[in-house]
Design a binder for this molecule. Structure first.
Ligand code: FAD
Ligand code: SF4
Length: 508
């Protein structure tokens, strides 16, 4: 007999495990208190994962497989995945008089890899387009972890956007320069894709078991996909309505627009309802069929996120763990201001990003990187606390993807593995990318004084206080040359303004 464990992020009906029915195999899915409480999660994140598991168990039963799905109400619950699995194994051995072998799919998170180690046979999850150590092997003989070089190899390996002679379509590998326009408020955005699930019962179960969580639940009319057909529908919706303008507005920030032209497939991908090649091939096929409708820069830009960045950050995670979770290059240790949990700040860009995250469990990349992450880095927020925040709040947050993005790309806490320089900006960049500044009580054009945009002085404070660590970075030399050319009293005023902002950070 075999007991096969399915984790909450392994909801892939195409896995070879399920190709045939076997009366000697039992599939196990557990709602475990340990998994629900290792970080404080957003209500929608918790509902989405548990609902996905429930639907997957139903699908397995409908396909004729034997299933043990233990909810929190299950009297046999032991609280952790490992303890549940061991209890179930003992029970099945007693029931059948046979030895029961445990099998599990390769977990994506270091914590689970450790927790399940030695419990049984680990098989591939059949999801990613590289092995866990693919990035390590790719960069073994290189000095830097440049994503672009990895991405080109992936394009060739999977034959994506190549012409018949194996060269990149359009004559170049990367169309970034043609993407990323400022927001145009006259631009219509696509209607939002929504599922309409009633998850009040599930929400009540979490309440009954006292599982702590935050953010809006949306349980009465739950919008996120729950299975592969719905996940494919999200992807189709994106290709049909948003892909063509994905690149152009990829880095835009807009008042009143939660999703812009982003795909919102990250939850479906990270739970493996969708395969990355589903997304890559859908975008490429759209372009090949109708190049006049789907500009190549948009299609290439989208494919780079999935085939490049997503696989790359996973490889960095497995290359660098467990020490990566301890990285704090700048030694930042300021606690998160309380408004990171309420959205009650006067800074309009931060208010919109945090409020939207609490309301929808989603923020798009530029909000995560250049609004919240940018402020956090400028203000020297503790990257450990910040990780917990990111890991909790977003629907798609799993440590293998959240950690390299937060510690690495956003906070430069890895000292420059993922990024070659810190992603920081003053208010001018945020003003260029969108229209939040127009409705902000702070003035993006002022650098000092009570109305000055806090990003402006904090930007210089960040560079001044971290000069020993950054001065020799060739990509930031220009910043210090500009700083050194400023009049000493202006530099002093900027630093004083930043200090005053930091002292009153809870009231910004
Ligand atoms: P789109 O903008 O439509 O992009 C398409 C897909 O590309 C995404 O679904 C995602 O799978 C992939 N992708 C794009 N950028 C990245 C990236 N930098 N790393 C990995 N995959 C990428 N993504 C997560 O899936 N989980 C996280 O916990 C997470 N945390 C992040 C934390 C920070 C600080 C930052 C800066 C980024 C984080 N990202 C994370 C990456 C990215 O912001 C999200 O994948 C994206 O916003 C999800 O929305 P979407 O599906 O609409 O993406
Ligand atoms: Fe954000 Fe500054 Fe613009 Fe206000 S003025 S929205 S704080 S960048």
């Amino acid at each position: 007999m075999k007991l096969r464990l399915i984790l909450g992020d392994q909801l892939n009906p195409l896995h070879s495990w399920f190709a045939q029915r076997d009366s000697e195999v039992v599939y196990a899915l557990f709602e475990s208190r340990e998994e629900l409480t290792y970080a404080p999660h957003h209500r929608q994140k918790m509902l989405a994962f548990l609902h996905g598991m429930q639907r997957f168990a139903e699908w397995l039963r409908a396909e004729g497989h034997s299933v043990e799905h233990w909810t929190l109400d299950e009297p046999r619950q032991r609280g952790s995945l490992r303890a549940n699995l061991e209890a179930l194994k003992t029970e099945w051995e007693a029931r059948t008089g046979q030895t029961v072998a445990v099998e599990y799919q390769e977990p994506d998170e270091y914590r689970l890899d450790q927790a399940l180690s030695g419990i049984g046979q680990c098989v591939p999850s059949e999801h990613f387009l590289t092995e866990r150590d693919g990035v390590r092997r790719h960069f073994a003989s290189k000095k830097t972890y440049l994503m672009e070089s990895f991405y080109r190899v992936m394009r060739v390996k999977w034959n994506v956007l190549l012409d018949t002679s194996g060269q990149p379509e359009g004559g170049t590998w990367n169309f970034d320069a043609e993407n990323r326009s400022s927001w145009d408020p006259a631009q219509q955005v696509p209607r939002e894709w929504r599922a309409h699930h009633d998850l009040r019962e599930l929400d009540a179960r979490l309440d009954r078991h006292g599982i702590p969580r935050w953010g809006e639940s949306a349980a009465a009319d739950f919008p996120w996909p729950s299975d592969r057909p719905e996940a494919l529908d999200v992807l189709d919706h994106f290709v049909e309505h948003a892909l063509a303008l994905f690149g152009r507005y990829q880095d835009s920030l807009a008042e009143g627009q939660d999703f812009l032209f982003h795909s919102r497939i990250s939850f479906a991908l990270n739970t493996k309802m969708l395969h990355p090649l589903d997304a890559v091939r859908a975008a490429e096929t759209a372009w090949r069929r109708a190049p006049e409708r789907y500009p190549l820069p948009a299609v290439e830009g989208f494919i780079r996120q999935v085939l490049g960045w997503r696989e790359y950050v996973r490889g960095i995670y497995w290359d660098q763990m467990p020490s990566y979770a301890e990285r704090n290059f700048f030694g930042h240790d300021r606690p998160l201001p309380p408004w990171m949990y309420t959205g009650q700040t006067r800074m309009r860009c931060m208010q919109v990003a945090v409020d939207q995250s609490l309301r929808t469990a989603y923020a798009h990349h530029i909000q995560r990187l250049m609004v919240v992450g940018n402020f956090a880095l400028l203000a020297g927020l503790d990257p450990r606390e910040l990780d917990t925040w990111y890991l909790g709040i977003y629907i798609d947050a799993l440590e293998w993807v959240e950690l390299p993005n937060t510690r690495g790309m956003s906070q430069f806490a890895d000292g420059g593995i993922v990024g070659t320089k810190p992603y920081v900006s003053s208010g001018a960049y945020l003003n260029k990318q969108g229209n939040h500044c127009a409705s902000c009580p702070y003035s993006v054009h002022e650098k000092v004084g009570p109305n000055a945009c806090p990003f402006n002085s904090l930007y210089w404070h960040f560079y001044a206080r971290n000069r020993p660590q950054l001065e020799r970075n060739p990509r930031v030399g220009m910043v210090y040359r500009t700083w050194d050319k400023m009049k000493p009293d202006h530099r002093e005023a900027l630093l004083e303004q930043a200090e005053s902002n930091l002292q009153s950070i809870n009231n910004l």
